[in-house]
Design a protein around this ligand. Structure first.
Ligand SMILES: Cc1cc2nc3c(=O)[nH]c(=O)nc-3n(C[C@H](O)[C@H](O)[C@H](O)COP(=O)(O)OP(=O)(O)OC[C@H]3O[C@@H](n4cnc5c(N)ncnc54)[C@H](O)[C@@H]3O)c2cc1C
Length: 405
């Protein structure tokens, strides 16, 4: 049996679920398909390995679509300061929320917590059918009447098919949208640990020629450490026993980390830069990692995905209000125009960081030191950089805009 929908979203990860919430309560009939429901959250359970730094702009969007309370009532860690340095911590550049009259720069949240809060929110909307767990068997893209066949035999017909199905997006492939991509010669080794220091309000990053070392605070005495390194080194480090790995962390991470009491979990992630050649077509749109994957060193991947959500929802809600064909290329191109160049700029910025910092070439070393001291000393530059990192400077879609800044 075929069921017809205005919009079918494939992928109920953070981005797809947020988009469904943003369209909840509208007159669109929506189906969202997710392969796997996340494990439930229990207070006091160990922190997950996958965490994200959510910007203030993402927080605003999540508030506006009704999911933020579900995050903070579970578990999150606000951070007020952000510190970056290269050789010596004494020469670090510090970005402080207080200096720009803000209470915080962002929150570190486990991805599962964000996803759970979003799924809980979207289930409250009667115009949304949440189909989970369900995997797509086949996706037949056709402008304005795509068919999504599920493994359990159900068939969904979509006027607008939305791919929020991650980097390997089957929606993107079925619509014949190409990508440009390359693998970074770097991977992220992530460790969830408990430290001798109690909860901290700072996230820091030290740049080294083999890649950055990053600290992200979590609630209690927990922290997430990210050790970027070449694939060979990551393989070697990952093969160490837990106690050898702890020794390696102590030897490599700066002393401000303090003592690590316990290693709870570790894992590694290959890093890829990937960009869809277009985000839309007649009856199809991509959002989040299905459209773009960026180096995570500045923690922006899902944040730009959430800005896609805010913009795409705005365009679709406007189209409904105006009586426009919501799935037409003409309507959807407003979304692409607003987001693709913004995301490209963010990708290029991350690439510049990656190339300028991941080596020991003298002229680049000079450039880095000049860059850091300029960022630290120019009175006007720092507030701008701080606000940019918070996502509150630059073009911001309405749903992610704070009313009082
Ligand atoms: C080491 C690391 C650290 C990071 N840190 C940060 C950070 O601090 N801040 C930040 O903003 N970003 C960060 N990111 C990036 C962030 O994790 C991603 O951008 C984000 O998870 C993308 O979300 P998404 O919903 O677009 O895609 P995904 O998380 O990939 O979700 C896709 C969903 O679609 C479902 N799905 C896929 N195919 C199908 C199908 N055929 N049928 C049904 N369901 C399907 C999957 O089950 C999944 O739930 C980091 C990434 C890495 C690797």
């Amino acid at each position: 049996m075929k069921t017809e929908y205005d919009i079918v979203i494939v992928g109920g990860g953070m981005v797809g679920a947020a988009l469904a919430c943003a369209l909840g309560g509208s007159r669109y009939q929506i189906a969202i398909i997710e392969g796997q429901y996340p494990d439930s959250f229990e207070t006091g359970q160990p922190h997950d390995l996958r965490v994200s730094a959510l910007s203030v702009a993402s927080e605003t969007l999540l508030k506006n679509i009704g999911a933020w309370e579900g995050i903070v009532s579970r578990r999150s860690c606000p951070y007020r300061r952000m510190k970056v340095w290269e050789a010596k911590e004494a020469h670090a550049t510090l970005f402080d929320a207080e200096n720009i009259g803000e209470t915080h720069l962002g929150h570190i949240v486990e991805n599962r917590v964000t996803q759970l809060a979003l799924l809980e929110t979207l289930k409250q909307h009667s115009n949304i059918d949440f189909i989970c767990p369900a995997k797509t068997k086949q996706i037949d893209y056709s402008a304005g009447s795509s068919i999504v066949s599920l493994e359990d035999g159900r068939e969904l017909v979509a006027r607008l098919l939305i791919g929020a199905d991650g980097g390997e997006s089957r929606v993107r492939q079925s619509a014949g949208i190409g990508i440009t991509k390359w693998d970074y010669n770097q991977q992220a080794l992530v460790a969830s640990v408990t430290t001798s220091y109690p909860q901290q309000d700072i996230t820091w990053q030290q740049f080294t020629p083999s890649g950055p070392l990053a600290f992200l605070p979590l609630s209690g005495q927990n922290a997430s450490l990210v050790w970027y390194n070449t694939p060979d080194q990551v393989k070697r480090l990952n093969a160490l026993s837990d106690s050898q790995f702890l020794d390696a962390l102590h030897q490599t991470f700066p002393s401000c980390l303090g003592r690590i009491d316990q290693l709870l979990e570790r894992g590694y992630f290959p890093l890829r830069r990937q960009h869809a050649q277009r985000y839309i077509g007649e009856g199809v749109a991509l959002a989040g990692d299905s459209a773009h994957m960026i180096h995570p060193l500045a923690g922006q991947g899902v944040n730009i995905g959430f800005m896609d959500v805010a913009m795409l929802a705005e365009v679709l809600l406007d189209a409904q209000a105006q009586g426009d064909r919501f799935y037409s290329t003409e309507t959807l191109s407003q979304y692409e125009q607003a987001r693709r160049n913004q995301n490209l700029l963010m990708m290029q910025t991350m690439d510049a960081f990656y190339h300028v910092f991941s080596n020991d070439i003298l002229p680049l070393k000079f450039l880095r030191n000049v860059g850091f001291s300029l960022a630290d000393k120019l009175p006007l530059a720092k507030p701008h950089i701080t606000r940019y990192a918070m996502g509150v400077e630059g073009p911001i879609p309405s749903l992610a805009k704070r009313l009082h800044v």
